[in-house]
Design a protein around this ligand. Structure first.
Ligand SMILES: Nc1ncnc2c1ncn2[C@@H]1O[C@H](COP(=O)(O)OP(=O)(O)OP(=O)(O)O)[C@@H](O)[C@H]1O
Ligand SMILES: [Mg+2]
Length: 225
């Protein structure tokens, strides 16, 4: 059976004003359904920029990003929102939790937006938070959680909808070694369970080597490792 092409970057470039060199330069990448890919690279090499371009959170200077064969530059903002909501889960490098809501609510919200019942949404959110080791932090607000705990809530929030594709930007960057491995393995396990495609940015070569494909981002281009 041939795998579906989920995200395709074609000749993708991004230049920020004030910088001489493009951060992303004529980059090509095909991500197929179910692939697990790590992207490594030094700080400032453009890893976050690349993930943002793929999710349509940032506009390309030239070239294309296609999600399921739709050029994201040619769809309306609303349609892009639907595409993102339906297919993508984004784990930000710096968590973007809603500060007025507790851990359970933060994780349940994506399901409530999809009109799941209140009861079902909270049941699923509680189950996932327990699995990620936060069963005793359900009613804590982000300000009452440690940095690593917040990051784990953010991971749970992006996985709760079982997205077809997870874009994770240093999801374990703020965690100590042991917790990083625990959370990383859980992220992999859940991606496999949900048959999700995973694109993960990390500084850690050891973690990167657990994924099927590894690329290094250097001078705007990806090289297979
Ligand atoms: N909005 C912006 N305007 C101008 N320059 C930017 C902007 N966003 C990012 N940059 C620059 O682009 C480069 C790549 O940034 P990016 O955040 O993608 O790097 P990164 O590889 O994710 O780094 P890190 O590992 O530190 O997270 C950096 O040099 C950064 O200063
Ligand atoms: Mg980054």
């Amino acid at each position: 059976m041939t795998k579906k092409l989920l995200i395709a970057c074609k000749n993708l470039s991004k230049t920020f004003s004030g910088l001489d060199e493009p951060i992303i330069s004529k980059l090509n990448l095909d991500m197929f359904e179910g692939d697990h890919t790590a992207i490594v690279g030094v700080s400032g090499s453009g890893k976050s920029t690349l993930l943002h371009l793929m999710a349509g959170l940032e506009k390309a200077s030239s070239g294309q990003v296609k999600i399921l064969d739709q050029d994201i530059a040619s769809v309306s903002q609303d349609a892009l929102g639907v595409l993102r909501n339906t297919y993508l889960g984004f784990v930000y490098q710096f968590h973007h939790l809603l500060s007025d809501f507790n851990a359970l609510e933060n994780v349940a919200i994506p399901l409530l937006i999809r009109r799941e019942s209140y009861k079902q949404a909270f049941k699923e959110a509680e189950g996932l938070l327990k699995r990620i080791g936060l069963g005793k932090r359900l009613t804590h607000k982000p300000s009452q959680l440690s940095g690593g705990e917040r990051q784990r809530v953010a991971i749970a929030r992006s996985l709760i909808t079982k997205p077809k594709c997870i874009l994770a930007d240093e999801p374990t960057g703020n965690l100590d070694g042991r917790t990083a491995h625990f959370v990383f393995d859980l992220l992999l396990e859940l991606s496999k369970e949900n048959h999700s495609t995973l694109i993960l940015v990390t500084h850690d070569n050891q973690l990167a080597s657990k994924l099927k494909f590894q690329y290094k981002l250097n001078q705007g281009k990806l090289k297979k490792m």
